[in-house]
Design a protein around this ligand. Structure first.
Ligand code: AMP
Ligand code: ZN
Length: 429
């Protein structure tokens, strides 16, 4: 049941010791990059004077802006040793580029293999990878991980829904890797063909790359007849394989032998307590080509240090609740997009898609929420629909504290993305 029992169940003392040894190694390696060489000198930090993990705090954080500004100055090995690059999806400005050595690709694949093995994927499985193969890490990252594990891997790529369904039928797919919003969307293709995904041999789904609620997970599980596991990662920390759910489905284990985690208050940069939401900060412990230290992810989550019934000792994080840079301020109220999704996906009448438009009129913010309603409910009379609209408005209001204008639309009429869903359009300037 463990991919690497000794590492996955290492006690706190052992983990701490391993992290310190690996941190020293990382500082030694990173010191070869012009960027960190200078930073280490300024902070008077070296592998030799690093007495405990706490000493790392002498070093300032590394940010996305550093990556953009410094480019190749972040590399700890010559460019000729790099065998691949990936770039972040760039939802917030210019993409950031990560370079990998051959050894980095191998350790990354092993982390992904460990993650999916944990959920029960085995070499006998047929794994269909429905993520974009390209600069985005979700495609190749999982591909190498599944091959490393030994599963038969179908490099399906993103989109082309009808082909996805045909591949599943033809090869008897048992596990899929899919963006959660796309998983819900793909149901329409099954429906159009008069097929029920529950009739397929599917048993596992790995969902990640974008924030999603517990209700979205439950919907995917029910519709496909699978167990769906949350998968978290970011290209700056390789890609997928940073944190993953175990069979308990109660938080994601962060692989702490490979990533040193801090969770901080994004305003004060002070550490937060367990259970309190904060920004995730990671330090690579095993990367060679481009190790990053104290990297501010902008992702918000809380952590749980209590033992997990699965026996793994690595701490767990909650679902990603949003990013420090996707918080919306509407009429002065702070709102994370996931709050809107939580409300909508908890309502059985709501179909799979919605769109939020923000406008400003006479200095007054307006929030317009278009919600797709399931076919069966959309057929109801006007009085029913009016009541439903009122209920959705009330539910959103009680969560967000502002009153949106809700519009009900027919299923499958709102725009779709093959990658991460775009659900907020901010037209305020
Ligand atoms: P990229 O580096 O382009 O692959 O994007 C990484 C970002 O995607 C992360 O920093 C998160 O904001 C988001 N992300 C990845 N996995 C998840 C997940 N399971 N839940 C929520 N957000 C995620
Ligand atoms: Zn666990």
């Amino acid at each position: 049941m463990y991919w690497d029992r000794s590492i996955e169940t290492l006690d706190a003392g052992g983990l701490n010791k391993l992290q310190l040894a690996r941190l020293r190694e990382t500082v030694r390696r990173a010191g070869k990059s012009p960027f960190y060489k200078q930073r280490f000198q300024k902070a008077k930090l070296s592998a030799e004077n690093l007495a405990s993990l706490e000493d790392l705090k002498k070093l300032p954080f590394t940010t996305k802006d550093d990556l953009r500004a410094q480019g190749l100055k972040m590399l700890a090995r010559p460019l000729t040793e790099m065998v691949r690059l990936h770039a972040s999806s760039g939802t917030t400005g210019q993409a950031t580029v990560i370079y990998y050595t051959r050894a980095d690709i191998a350790t990354w694949a092993d982390l992904v293999a460990r993650s999916i093995y944990m959920t029960g994927l085995r070499p006998k499985d047929v794994f269909q990878n429905m993520m974009g193969y390209g600069l985005f890490t979700g495609g190749l990252g999982f591909h190498y991980g599944a091959e490393r594990l030994g599963a038969l891997t179908i490099p399906a790529g993103a989109g082309n829904s009808l082909r996805q369904v045909r591949l599943m039928q033809q090869f008897g797919t048992t596990a899929i890797h899919i963006i959660p919003s796309y998983a819900l969307y793909l149901l329409k293709t099954f429906d159009d063909k008069g097929l029920d995904p529950r009739g397929l041999p599917l048993r596992l789904a790995f969902i990640g790359a974008e924030p999603h609620s517990e209700d979205t997970r439950r919907r995917i599980e029910a519709a496909y007849g699978v167990k769906a596991y949350n998968s978290y990662g970011l290209s700056e920390m390789n890609g997928p394989g940073v944190a993953f759910e175990c069979p308990e489905q109660n938080g994601m284990h962060v692989w702490e032998d490979a990533f040193l985690m801090e969770v901080i208050d994004p305003r004060t940069a002070e550490p937060v307590s367990p259970g309190e939401p904060g920004e995730l900060v990671f330090t690579n412990l095993t990367r060679r080509g481009m190790p990053l230290l104290r990297y501010r992810t902008r992702d918000l989550a809380s952590y749980d240090p209590t033992p997990c019934p699965c026996g793994r000792t690595h701490r767990r994080i909650s679902r990603i609740q949003g990013r420090t840079d996707d918080m919306l301020i509407i009429k002065g109220v702070n709102i994370f997009p996931i709050q809107i999704e939580q409300v909508l996906m908890a309502m059985p009448e709501v179909a799979t898609n919605y769109l939020v438009e923000l406008t400003r009129q006479d200095f007054n913010d307006q929030m317009h929420v278009k919600v797709e309603v399931k076919e069966s409910f959309f057929k109801e009379d006007l009085k029913y629909l009016h009541g439903l609209k009122k209920r959705i408005t009330e539910a959103l209001k009680s969560e967000l504290l502002i009153t949106p204008r809700v519009e009900l639309v027919e299923p499958h009429t709102l725009p779709r993305s093959e990658g991460k869903a775009v659900r907020i359009i901010d037209r305020r300037e």
